[in-house]
Design a protein around this ligand. Structure first.
Ligand code: AMP
Ligand code: GLY
Length: 432
């Protein structure tokens, strides 16, 4: 069967690799893909709202068995709706369900209505409403652009004065354009963060092994927030009891809420959680797999990813018997200097970017492209995700870092403490 993967990042490369390993898949097509994904099958043009119809038609003509949509934008814009209407199975919710990510205001309202634990918040769409909104909140708050902002639209503020300045910049369009025209302001929570990736169809959910992301740019969790500078799986502070608590208090009420709201949700529900003193509370929902979390999570998947796609589209994801490698996996992101604000682009990348030296270490492409000379150059902020499996987290870490040392480009930056530092809780104690 032919499968199309929509997207061009490290997450999509990891999905494509996992699909290419399936004996049932004849071709993994990428749209648009990247140099790493191009080795697994054809690359189709990039997709945007303006060419959805042509894309769906081409999938029909080429008898594509499944479309996996990686990033949020095509989901929010309704690509799944069109694919399903054309009878093409697809992995990703319809545009109504994708609003959980596409509108933070919608997500907060949803959580309040369905009593899902989250930060106290207020939604505003005019600067005049700011004083009243802030008066209901503690001094330290987080100001969020409601619309999609590529992971950058969240600003932590130490006091109401800063929050007022930031929110004003969002509301008048200066900071994030239309995405900031509505703003959510919420209490600042504290605690370690964990990403829960649930594969969902209606009431049925399969929780993937929990992963831990590292959002801030710098070592020790300093500097601006990014899309994620590295991730590992399994996370260090989630026990089976913790996961059960998340399932009962967050995932199941969310799925019930979707059903009550008449939203037929199928695909991934990613719940970003902060483990506060009062227990797990939702930071955000995403309607797709996390990046970079997917890179270490999928490297641990031992069974056929197609089984999961098929079960999700039919009898429900929990009916697929998915097995996981008991080892740990870690992804180190190599970024281009200037990321996240203004990353350098166009630098030549040297080192072995393709061969699988061993199955346990993968170099996932994210911000790369082929230059006209055929060489691979930097095309985006997060350039590569070097991902390794190891007997324990420390071994996975050493393997990823040593492979990353063999790759060079001008302005290469990375954190030196992925897997050694956790959010707000300092260095991770040694596992021995
Ligand atoms: P979001 O896109 O809403 O997940 O926010 C991005 C990041 O900002 C999260 O991963 C957290 O690190 C941080 N953040 C968001 N909301 C809060 C909050 N209410 N309290 C503390 N940190 C937050
Ligand atoms: N790594 C965070 C995200 O995918 O949203």
């Amino acid at each position: 069967m032919k499968i199309v993967v929509v997207g061009s990042g490290g997450r999509e490369h990891a999905i494509a690799l996992q699909l290419a390993r399936s004996p049932r898949v004849s071709e993994v097509i990428s749209a648009p893909g990247n140099p790493g994904m191009s080795r697994l099958g054809a690359c189709w043009p990039a997709i945007s709202k303006s060419n959805f119809t042509e894309f769906v038609q081409r999938c029909s003509e080429e008898s594509v068995a499944h479309v996996v949509i990686g990033p949020e934008a095509p989901l929010v814009d309704g690509l799944s709706d069109l694919l399903r209407a054309a009878g093409i199975p697809c992995f990703g919710p319809d545009s109504k369900g994708a609003l959980l990510e596409g509108s933070k205001a919608f997500a907060k309202d949803f959580m309040q209505r369905h009593e899902i634990p989250t930060a106290l918040s207020s939604t505003v769409d005019h600067v005049d409403q700011l004083p009243a909104a802030l008066s209901t909140l503690p001094e330290r708050v987080v100001v969020k652009a409601s619309g999609l902002a590529a992971g950058k639209g969240v600003i932590l503020c130490e006091d109401h004065q800063q929050a007022t300045e930031v929110a004003t910049g969002m509301l008048n369009g200066a900071l994030f354009g239309d995405s900031g025209k509505t703003v959510v302001i919420e209490e600042m929570m504290e605690g370690p963060e964990v990403s829960i990736l649930a594969v969902v169809n209606g009431e049925d959910a399969l929780l993937l092994p929990p992963a831990q992301d590292h959002k801030p740019l710098g070592d020790g969790n300093t500097g601006p927030n990014t899309g994620g500078m590295g991730a590992f799986c399994p996370g260090t502070f989630t026990t089976a009891e913790d996961l059960d608590l998340v399932r009962r208090t967050i995932v199941e009420p969310s799925l019930q809420g979707l059903i009550k709201d008449g939203i037929d949700y199928s695909g991934v529900l990613y719940v970003g959680i902060m483990w506060t003193q009062e227990g797990p509370r939702v930071l955000e929902y995403n309607c797709r797999l996390g990046d970079p979390e997917t890179q270490p999570v999928l490297l641990r998947m031992k069974t056929d990813f197609v089984d999961l796609l098929e079960a999700t589209a039919t009898s429900g994801p929990s009916t697929a018997s998915i097995q996981w490698d008991p080892r740990s996996a870690l992804c180190l992101v190599l970024a281009s200097d200037g990321y996240p604000e203004n990353p350098g682009k166009g630098q030549l990348i040297s080192g072995d970017l393709f061969s699988e030296i061993d199955d346990d270490v993968q170099v996932f492409h994210a911000g790369t492209r082929f230059a006209e000379t055929g060489e691979v150059v930097v095309s985006g902020g997060r350039v590569l995700g070097v991902t390794a499996l190891g007997e324990d987290l420390e071994e996975a870490r050493l393997k990823a870092y040593s492979r990353a040392d063999q790759i060079h480009f001008e302005g290469k930056i990375h954190r030196s403490d992925i897997g050694a530092y956790r959010w707000n809780a300092g260095p991770i104690p040694s596992e021995s």
